[in-house]
Ligand binder design. Structure first.
Ligand code: GDP
Length: 296
């Protein structure tokens, strides 16, 4: 992820640091190149503008330009602004609530929602030693509940037994009862997705959310879809409210535009990124580390 952006930015910033003295126009020219590199990485235009303006405003100050190492100071400003744009601090899944803590997974069909449900369950079970129950509320796709059952078997995580003919709400209630009875710490609810954002999907998810009051509502979005992923997140957040984002297929995304724009556009943190098809291919999103990776 971010390879071409990283190469481009390193090129621009290396040029600045190799120079001894810097003028305002050197910085302005460098920011023009940074802007081009970010746009090529498919970062949202407003985010790019805002970013380069902020860097420019801080970098052309007399203190920076007259310092002994102006180039390095500009690099530090770029780094700090990048971290701020990505959300500053890592935001792990929050489990601080009375058990069973509900995590509602929402998103478009094919975004990786069911896989991510299993990955999170796998991580909470094996790393955090939580007792996790997974429940599929997807009554639209006949195979969806069965798919989750199979994933539960593969990851050795409990799934709610399938009862034919129940509505998503009935399944959710049954999951809650089962989790309380069984002493589970966490319930992860997988929901139905659609190919596009539509009213019916939003209404259904909103009703489920209103009924179960999940502690976390995670929007799963496909990194490869770039700005569409950002727009999807915005639509879901506007209609049902999300607490965070999981960006999947980061392993195949050479540009990283969704990851870079998501926080600034939606105001919601990327909590996790999916980096492969295996159960453990899930990473925390650390703005500081990502910025370091981008700037080499
Ligand atoms: P859903 O329709 O949103 O539930 O999507 P699925 O969970 O069924 O995922 C669709 C496909 O994406 C599956 O083949 C997954 O293995 C794959 N997938 C999910 N997350 C990732 C990821 O982070 N990286 C890669 N490479 N593939 C993923």
């Amino acid at each position: 992820m971010f390879q071409s952006l990283s190469d481009r930015l390193s090129g621009v910033l290396d040029k600045l640091t190799r120079r001894g003295a810097l003028t305002e126009s050197d910085v302005v020219e460098a920011m023009r190149e940074v802007r081009r590199a970010l746009l090529e990485a498919d970062v949202a235009l407003d985010v790019v503008k805002d970013f380069t303006e902020k860097v420019k405003a801080k970098a052309v100050g007399a203190e920076v330009l007259r310092s002994v190492t102006p180039g390095q100071m500009v690099v530090k400003i770029v780094n700090d602004e990048l971290v701020a744009m990505l959300g500053s601090d890592a935001q792990p899944i929050d489990l601080h609530a009375a058990p069973p803590v509900g995590i509602l997974m929402v998103g478009l069909q094919g975004s990786g929602k069911t896989t991510t449900t299993a990955k999170i369950a796998y991580r909470l079970t094996n790393r955090d030693r939580k007792k996790v129950l997974m429940a599929s509320l997807d009554t639209r796709r006949p195979a969806a509940q069965e798919q989750l059952r199979v994933l539960g078997e593969q990851t050795s995580v409990a799934t709610l037994p399938i009862v034919a003919g129940q509505t998503p709400l009935q399944i959710a209630r049954r999951a809650e009862d089962a989790a309380k009875l069984g002493g589970f710490d966490v319930i992860i609810y997988d929901t139905a997705g659609r190919v596009t954002v539509d009213e019916e999907l939003m209404d259904e998810v909103r009703d489920v959310k209103a009924a179960i009051h999940p502690h976390e509502t995670l929007l799963v979005a496909d990194s490869l879809t770039g700005q569409d992923a950002v727009n999807t997140a915005k639509a879901f957040d506007g209609r049902i409210g999300v607490t965070g984002i999981v960006l999947t297929r980061a392993d195949g995304d050479g540009r990283g535009g969704a990851a870079l724009s998501m926080r600034a556009v939606t105001g919601k943190p990327i909590k996790l990124i999916g980096v492969g098809e295996k159960w453990d291919a899930l990473e925390d999103f650390h703005p500081g580390r990502i910025a370091s990776r981008i700037l080499g």
